[in-house]
Design a protein around this ligand. Structure first.
Ligand code: SF4
Ligand code: SF4
Length: 374
């Protein structure tokens, strides 16, 4: 081990094989290690047991309605950008049992899901996805209400960020101020160079983690290479939201603009954009009882503002058209979200662009509204 006191903010380098030791150490201390894995021709967030489970040698290409993985002649583990899913599915799972009651020997036994003792270590979180987790924190860990399931999982989670050196053409994190480099909110932040990972320590837990592995102080040469690569990465991100600060006013002062009819005519109300979005948080609860009458259960499931039933109220539906539902999604995501949570609900990850079957592009919708009204 090198001669250097480790502190929050310390920068070190590790051989790539040391990430394997880190994964092993995490698993030995009870963490479920989750990372990017190639599954069904996309990158998914899934359990990993070792370094070799990561998609080494893969790169990805994304465009409107398009995602492809390519195997290339390189040895890097974190080049391919995330696919449709995100860390959201672990902190706020698509289906969660809230409670159930079962009749046993003539009396009812109840189970209330207050918390779960899951301990996740998320390995390879992109800076935009870290920003998305911070946004969901504001939804589920509020002053007036704390969601016990989310907050427990979140408090137990360790986050190892990977800075983006190979962004997709659908990324626009630079407009939203969320990437391509993470500056805070992680336990460790990794920048993958050709032969080493440059590691920045972000928390006391991060300090303890690297005590388990071989490291060296980051050399000036590695720091310079990383900084040049980060700059190049930011320059590669050309997709933009023009004047992001003024987007809420733009959207909310043009609710009757004909652009909404046009996009409403293309949108299929399929809900894909909300399911893939790492910040969308709508849910509903389903109650079910078995036919024998001895088991009843309440389950929280993801919902979407694109579902007709989401806006059903006594006396009718307040958003009966696809146009009104698309407008609701976008004006909330990039407009009223700011009033509600103090920041935009979009982190610029680009997933809704890639996974929309109608090739609707959120950046184009906002920019074209600005063009049409200026
Ligand atoms: S709205 Fe689209 S680009 Fe923005 S965070 Fe959600 S999925 Fe990503
Ligand atoms: S914008 Fe695209 S992904 Fe979203 S509901 Fe409409 S068609 Fe589906």
């Amino acid at each position: 081990m090198a001669e250097m006191n480790l502190n929050i903010g310390s920068k070190i380098s590790i051989q790539k094989t040391e990430l394997d030791s880190l994964i092993k150490a995490l698993r030995e201390t009870g963490y479920e290690t989750i990372g990017p894995v190639m599954q069904n021709q996309v990158i998914s967030c899934a359990p990993i047991e070792k370094l070799d489970d990561l998609p080494q040698g893969y790169s990805s290409e994304g465009e409107r309605g398009y995602f492809r993985l390519q195997q290339n002649n390189h040895n890097r583990y974190f080049d391919a950008t995330p696919g449709s899913d995100s860390w959201k599915k672990f902190l706020f799972p698509p289906r969660t049992t809230l409670f159930y009651a079962a009749r046993e020997n003539g009396s009812w036994k109840e189970f209330i899901n207050q918390e779960e003792d899951k301990k996740y270590a998320f390995i390879g979180v992109r800076p935009c996805d870290l920003a998305a987790i911070n946004i969901q924190d504001k939804v589920f860990i509020r002053e007036d209400y704390v969601d016990p399931i989310y907050s427990t999982r979140r408090a137990n989670a360790l986050i190892l960020v990977v800075n983006c050196l190979y962004p997709s053409s659908t990324c626009f994190c630079t407009s939203m101020g969320t990437g391509p480099q993470a500056t805070t909110g992680f336990d460790l932040s990794l920048t993958e160079l050709e032969d080493v990972f440059l590691v920045e320590i972000g928390s006391d837990a991060g300090i303890s983690l690297v005590q388990n592995i071989e490291w060296r102080p980051a050399s000036a040469n590695y720091l310079q290479i990383a900084s040049q690569k980060m700059e190049k990465s930011a320059q590669k991100i050309t997709r933009k939201i023009e004047e992001p600060q003024s987007v809420p006013a733009l959207l909310l002062s043009n609710l009757a603009h004909p652009n909404w009819d046009e996009v409403g005519g293309r949108c299929l109300s399929c809900t894909n954009c909300t399911l893939v979005c790492p910040t969308c948080f709508c849910w509903e609860v389903e109650d079910s009882t078995n036919l024998a009458g001895n088991h009843t259960q309440r389950t929280r499931v993801w919902d979407s503002c694109f579902n007709l039933s989401y806006a059903a109220q006594a006396g009718g539906n307040i958003r009966p058209t696809t146009k009104s539902r698309y407008r609701q999604w976008l004006t909330h995501k990039m407009g009223t979200w700011v009033e509600q949570f103090g920041e935009s609900g979009c982190v610029g990850c680009g997933r809704c662009i890639v996974w929309c079957p109608a090739k609707i592009d959120i950046t184009e919708e906002v920019n074209s509204l600005r063009e049409a009204t200026s």
